[in-house]
Design a protein around this ligand. Structure first.
Ligand code: GTA
Length: 153
């Protein structure tokens, strides 16, 4: 396929984001390869009230392998993200096309490729237990735990 045709065939919804897990233990090229072949999605910007059942409902048309809800590592309550393992890349690509920008429990969710779920990855890495991004947020979001944590300390 020519370079021009390849560019035209690219689906922007499936492109890798600029997020890279800085705790990934392998080499950079391994991380890139895993991301390009992965069938695991990270879903972010979820309401803290979104349940695992709701995520199952959202994927009711797809055959998924597993859902891992993101949890506050101290309180063990939902903290706004999850990982969804699909059976193969094609299923994950379809889910990605279909779900990006979907509104769930009043939040516009975002999807991203993940290298593949590893135990421990389900926990927020922020100092207070939730996601790092929520510790730097200064605005109020009732669906995401009120004010950013940093402002509550
Ligand atoms: N695939 O986009 C993602 C993603 N995110 C945001 C988190 N995870 C993601 N996975 C994919 N794509 O397993 C995964 C992590 C981990 C789990 C919880 O979710 O791999 P976390 O959100 O608590 O911690 O992760 P993480 O990802 O290690 O945080 P990081 O990369 O430091 O910061 C994330 C965002 O927080 C930044 O992009 C920025 O928006 C904000 N942020 C971080 N530091 C600052 C700062 N100093 N000032 C302002 N904003 C900041």
């Amino acid at each position: 396929m020519s370079k021009d045709l390849k560019i035209l065939c690219k689906d922007p919804a499936l492109e890798l984001s600029c997020y890279r897990d800085h705790q990934f233990s392998g080499r950079k090229f391994q991380q890139e390869k895993l991301l390009k072949e992965s069938s695991t999605l990270n879903m972010g910007n979820l309401s803290f009230y979104t349940t695992e059942e709701k995520i199952h409902e959202l994927f009711s048309r797809s055959d998924i392998r597993n859902i891992f809800m993101g949890l506050d590592k101290i309180k063990k309550t939902a903290c706004g993200f999850c990982f969804v393992e699909c059976h193969n890349r094609a299923d994950a690509e379809n889910a990605m096309r279909f779900l990006t920008g979907t509104c769930l429990d009043e939040w516009i969710i975002c999807t991203d490729w993940d290298v593949g779920f590893r135990e421990g990855q389900q926990y927020g890495r922020g100092k207070s237990g939730g996601q790092v991004r929520d510790e730097f947020r200064e605005d109020f979001h009732s669906g995401r735990g009120g004010f950013g944590r940093q402002t509550q300390i």
